[in-house]
Design a protein around this ligand. Structure first.
Ligand code: C5P
Length: 263
């Protein structure tokens, strides 16, 4: 049985990792590449999903696509056989976030995001809702991922919000709080992976955008690592958008990235 970079069996399509005190998480472990479907229409997203069928670990549905296409897009993407990462970054009162997480869980998403700055009560409510709803619906619980400080923020924009803390320290604080609140995964910048691996329990899944291969256009990403560097630093999942969906042959682009990380 071959192993993925995450150390899990590659031959299992739906691998369930049991963590102490929790139910099982569904992790589509064929490979660690998650492609961001940052396209404006359902048609484009489905076309891309079909082109990438079987070649990537999961597909990410963000605010643009979800807002334009509606919840049915989750079902349509799942119908192509792909895992779904619903990246709507919930941030609201605990009760509302818990209900949103319940809805997403019933839709069968594999991963979803919440903002850690919503606080420990909100994070606990989200995790509990994912577990409870999954149990009731008889589906696997999604991996609830915490977003710390948005990578678009710098010291100045952070201080504008009233947070005087050093930005690195703020990421550390929120990541620690997320772990203490029961979250099992975080979204982080590639440059934060090494630091987070030092302070978090090893079972916490790290999902990182902002990765680029040598010679690839950075777009608006400023602080990047290569896919190989990010995996070596301790990432479990790589979120990659433009280098794949803007490629002349998205499937080939995904396969080349997978090869570059030894997949
Ligand atoms: O096209 P690119 O590879 O830069 O896309 C990265 C994806 O990851 C986009 O969907 C973007 O919204 C998302 N993302 C990011 N930086 C973060 C969080 C999410 O680029 N800090």
């Amino acid at each position: 049985m071959s192993k993925t970079l995450n150390g899990h069996s590659r031959s299992l399509h739906h691998l369930r990792v049991t963590l102490p005190g929790t139910t099982c998480y569904p992790l589509l472990m064929r490979n660690p590449i998650i492609v961001a479907l940052d396209v404006p229409t359902a048609e484009q997203a489905i076309q891309l999903a079909n082109a990438l069928r079987g070649a990537v670990g999961a597909l990410k549905i963000g605010s643009e696509l979800f807002t334009a296409a509606g919840p049915s897009i989750v079902k349509e993407i799942k119908a192509t056989g792909a895992g779904v990462f619903l990246d709507l970054k919930y941030h609201d009162i605990p009760n509302t976030v818990a209900k949103a997480v319940a809805s997403a869980t019933r839709m069968g998403v594999d991963m979803l995001t919440i903002h850690t700055c919503g606080g420990s009560e909100m994070m606990k409510a989200a995790e509990e809702s994912a577990q409870k709803t999954a149990l009731q619906a008889g589906v696997p619980a999604p991996l609830v991922l915490g977003v710390t400080v948005l990578t678009s923020m710098d010291q100045h924009t952070l201080s504008e919000t009233g947070v005087g803390e050093d930005i690195g320290k703020q990421v550390e604080r929120l990541a620690t709080l997320a772990g203490q609140s029961g979250l099992r995964g975080l979204v982080c910048s590639p440059l934060e992976i090494a630091m987070l691996r030092q302070i978090l329990p090893p079972e916490i899944q790290l999902v990182t955008p902002g990765v680029r291969g040598a010679g690839q256009d950075l777009g608006d990403q400023k602080r990047v690592l290569s896919p190989k560097e990010a995996m070596t630093a301790g990432a479990n999942w790589l979120v990659i958008g433009r280098p794949i969906y803007q490629a002349a042959n998205p499937r080939q682009a995904a396969e080349e990235i997978l090869k570059s990380i030894g997949g």
